[in-house]
Design a protein around this ligand. Structure first.
Ligand SMILES: Cc1ncc(COP(=O)(O)O)c(C=O)c1O
Length: 419
């Protein structure tokens, strides 16, 4: 009989197998210093384009003050226990009420982490007779939530209305047999490529099909819509989203998350969300910190305006220099280049070491072979000077990529990797 660990000794997994080449640099890099537009990487100053601190709140002095004061007042333990048992407070309720009002829903419920919260919300919303219809490019937390589902699920081609309609048709036929309902799950903004979910078109299908819409708006909350209520507000269909989700890990620059919906649905979820019923309540320091951040989202529209000034400068600068930034409709700014994995590694090293630019890199198998995706996240704390320096650096690395400089530099590594 095999030992359970044999497979681990034999295969470190699709990402883990690159650890000796990538760890500490391409994965698990250590960015140091206060979170801002410029941080330190391996002792060097870099412009950071890889942090979802969209509104620049992470290190805002008012935010830091509230976080510090709440830490002194409550420590990191209070309140202890799950919400249902002993971890409930007036402040948790206040934050829920304010979040619900902000995203134009009747009620909201706090989640300790977005990821577990999404998994658990999907789990609580469906029973075995129900059918889930979801985007093939969904975030891992959606995929894991769907994995818990004991009934049928259908994926549709990414943001493809024909495929959505076809799968709703299949789901409807099946639901008529099982006696269940349909849950359609989309993201408000797809975090890798930056496209918005086609919420307006999806909502229009409610005329033809009976389904409920659940939207993970991690990247849309605080960045899209007139008031910052997200992708639904941006597309004019916020009231048609049946269950809305956002995390505090991006625009709110913190930890925690929430769901919002009609009162009756939230009342049900708060008694059925296993990730909240059987886990410690969100700590008060985070609750107070979230109240402060939410207040700033409401009262300081200049933060979102500055974010979009930077987004527009970066995206239009890249486009006018002929870069392919795909079909983004959000702050997420992908730059697609053609090259092998070793070339991608050399290019990113050049960006970091010689141009002081730090951004995330995505390669095969996440995207098709032969493509390199550099993902830039502009924030309100960036400056137009940061944008200019980055555009110049990108032009320089593209020139080297196209003239084969990185290919020559990495020929030995490419042979070793069978590229
Ligand atoms: C689309 C999406 N959903 C959910 C999450 C998970 O949120 P959290 O970091 O709060 O666990 C993330 C990442 O933060 C995300 O990008």
């Amino acid at each position: 009989m095999k030992d359970l660990f044999d497979k681990i000794y034999a295969d470190k997994g699709p990402l883990g197998k690159w650890a000796d080449k990538a760890e500490g640099y391409f994965v698990f890099p250590k960015l140091e210093g206060p979170i801002s537009n410029r941080m330190k990487f391996q002792g060097k100053d870099v412009i950071t384009w890889s942090i979802n601190d969209y509104l620049g709140l992470a290190n805002h002095p008012e935010v830091r003050k509230v976080d510090a004061e709440a830490g002194v007042k409550y420590g990191s333990a209070y309140p202890m226990g799950a919400r249902m048992m002993s971890g409930h407070t007036d402040m948790h309720e206040q934050l829920q009420n304010e979040l619900a009002a902000f995203v134009q829903k009747e009620a909201a419920y706090l989640l300790n982490f977005g990821y577990q919260g999404m998994v658990s919300t999907i789990d609580a919303l469906v029973s075995k007779d129900d059918i889930i219809v979801y985007d093939v490019d969904a975030h891992a937390c959606i995929i894991d939530g769907v994995r818990l589902h004991a009934g049928k699920r259908f994926t549709y081609r990414h943001n493809d209305m024909e495929s959505i309609e076809k799968n709703l048709m299949r789901a409807t036929k099946l639901a008529e047999k099982t006696g269940g309902g349909i849950l359609l799950i989309s993201e408000g903004v797809f975090g890798m490529r930056g496209e918005q979910g086609k919420l307006k078109e999806i909502v229009a299908l409610k005329e033809k099909f009976n389904f409920r819409l659940f939207v993970d708006d991690a990247h849309g909350f605080g960045t899209l819509g007139k008031t910052g209520a997200g992708a639904g507000e941006e597309q004019g269909v916020q009231d048609q989203i049946d269950v809305y989700f956002a995390t505090f890990a991006k625009s709110m620059a913190s930890t925690g998350a929430f769901i919002a919906a009609d009162q009756e649905i939230i009342d049900y979820l708060k008694y059925n969300l296993r990730s909240q019923m059987f886990a410690k309540s969100l700590q008060m320091q985070l609750v107070e910190g979230a109240l402060k951040r939410l207040d700033m989202l409401r009262t300081m529209p200049e933060l979102k305006a500055k974010l979009w000034e930077n987004v527009n400068a970066l995206q239009s600068g890249l486009k006018s220099r002929g870069f392919d930034i795909g079909t983004t409709q959000s702050c997420v700014t992908p730059v697609y280049l053609k090259g092998s994995i070793p070339e991608a590694m050399a290019l990113v090293k050049d960006l970091r070491e010689n141009h002081g630019i730090f951004c995330s890199i995505v390669v095969y198998p996440v995207i098709p072979k032969g493509l390199i995706l550099l993902r830039l996240i502009p924030t309100a704390s960036h400056t137009l000077q940061d944008v200019e320096e980055t555009l110049a650096a990108f032009s320089a690395i593209r020139e080297k990529l196209e003239t084969g400089v990185y290919k020559r530099l990495t020929a030995a590594m490419a042979a070793e990797m069978g590229e």
